[in-house]
Design a binder for this molecule. Structure first.
Ligand code: GLY
Length: 421
């Protein structure tokens, strides 16, 4: 199978690794890729992921049998639709279905129709008066959850006990021309559950937990994700099945009923509260960085699995096989991330095979340099979560990148038994 992967982050590096291990894969290409991917695939830099014409032209040149779309931007822009119309098998939902991530309002509408538990929400639209905004904020709190209605790379959400900070984010989002959503705060530990979805067929992967705040102890602003682990030792034995039955299957059926059947990866971001799972958000693609941990444990060949979704045959797949134990990933971020990251710093100490690249490039001298906010991910696996942590942190300690930072407490609350539901 000749496979073209679209994207350039550590999530795509993890996908490439998985695809490369499947004996069914005969050729791997990635666009635009990053500086760490060249030993696994032919890298095609310079392709814009949301430029459907360029992606189709590349897939034609390569005679690709399967195109796997990693990030949300091309999915929301309709690149999967264009590829399908051009005759390619595609892993990733069409534009209509990708609205589950692209529009928080659409996702709320689907959940209401499907009877799926989620936070109460109210939209504020550009043009709202000061009084409208104050009145809306007054109906929420004491913890305010303020979300950009559109895509914001994980950084469009502010969760704060500070009314002034909540108001400032409302004004920022409205000034950018987007509606803003106020939501009631969902208490309880978070679960990221990725499900392969092919119409009404839903197959869950292992549950994972992301750490979204930039600093230890969940302090500082939200990021795209600073680390993750899988599976979750504190989740009840029926936890995954409950999320599938109470969230993912009803949503998949509702999408079919609306004529925008889902095909790809549905990411359910869940808060596990007193009544069980409630939806914080959906994403229309693999999560980053959770994928890096989840795929480290998957033994089922990945190319065949993604191809079965793309060709509408997921229901015929045998049960997934997983390696025992745990996997953990830690993100190494550039100086000043999640603000404007400093780029161009030389990186050394990346020889371990447990390192995935995200924001990396080569400079004129051929040195590896930082080229984005989240620069590298390290992976640790082990029979216990504690040993997975030790392995990941031993690897990250050997990397040199001036001004970089990472969280030291990924999975620590779970290891210390501090998560209960
Ligand atoms: N880990 C958060 C995300 O992928 O959106």
């Amino acid at each position: 199978m000749r496979i073209l992967l679209i994207g350039s982050g550590a999530r795509e590096h993890a996908l490439l690794r998985g695809l490369s291990k499947d004996p069914a894969t005969t050729q791997l290409d990635v666009a635009p890729g990053n500086a760490g991917m060249g030993d696994l695939a032919t890298v095609h830099p310079g392709i814009r992921v949301d430029d459907a014409d360029s992606v189709i032209a590349l897939a034609r040149d390569l005679d690709s049998d399967l195109v796997v779309i990693g990030p949300e931007i091309p999915l929301v822009a309709g690149v999967a639709d264009a590829l399908r119309e051009a005759g390619f098998a595609v892993f990733g939902p069409n534009r209509d279905a990708a609205r589950i991530e692209g529009s928080k309002t659409f996702a709320k509408d689907v959940m209401a129709a499907a009877g799926v538990r989620t936070a109460h929400a109210e939209a504020i639209h550009p043009g709202a008066t000061e009084q409208d905004i104050d009145a809306a904020l007054g109906r929420f709190g004491p913890t305010w959850v303020v979300k950009d209605d559109g895509l914001a790379a994980g950084k469009g959400v502010v969760v704060t006990p500070d009314l002034a900070a909540a108001r400032a984010h409302v004004e920022d989002v409205l000034a950018g021309g987007n509606p803003v959503l106020l939501e009631s705060f969902l208490d309880g530990p978070e679960v990221s559950l990725f499900c392969l979805v092919d119409g009404e067929t839903v197959v869950p992967l292992l549950p994972a937990q992301d750490h979204k705040r930039v600093f230890d102890n969940d302090e500082g602003p939200n990021t795209g994700g600073m680390g993750a682990y899988a599976p979750l030792p504190w989740l009840p034995a029926d936890g995954v099945q409950r999320i599938v039955d109470e969230v993912c299957v009803p949503v998949a059926r509702e999408m079919v009923a609306r004529g925008c059947s889902y095909s790809g990866l549905l990411y359910a971001g869940i808060a596990w509260g007193q009544d069980g799972p409630s939806v914080v958000e959906f994403n229309c693609r693999f999560g980053d960085p959770e994928t890096q941990a989840v795929l480290a444990l998957l033994e089922t060949p990945l190319a065949g699995l993604l191809n079965s979704v793309a060709t509408g045959t997921l229901a015929a797949q045998p049960p997934l096989e997983w390696r025992d134990g745990y996997a953990l990933t830690v993100v190494l971020a550039a100086h000043n991330y999640p603000g404007s990251p400093r780029t161009g710093d030389v990186i050394t100490g990346v020889e371990s095979e447990n390192i995935l690249h995200a924001g990396t490039a080569r400079n004129g001298a051929g040195e590896l340099v930082s080229a984005g906010g989240r620069v590298l991910n390290v992976i640790g696996t082990g029979d216990t979560l504690e040993s997975a942590r030790e392995n990941a942190y031993a690897t990250i300690a050997g990397i040199n990148l001036d001004g970089s930072h990472y969280r030291t407490d990924i999975a620590l609350p779970a290891v210390e038994g501090r998560i209960s539901i």
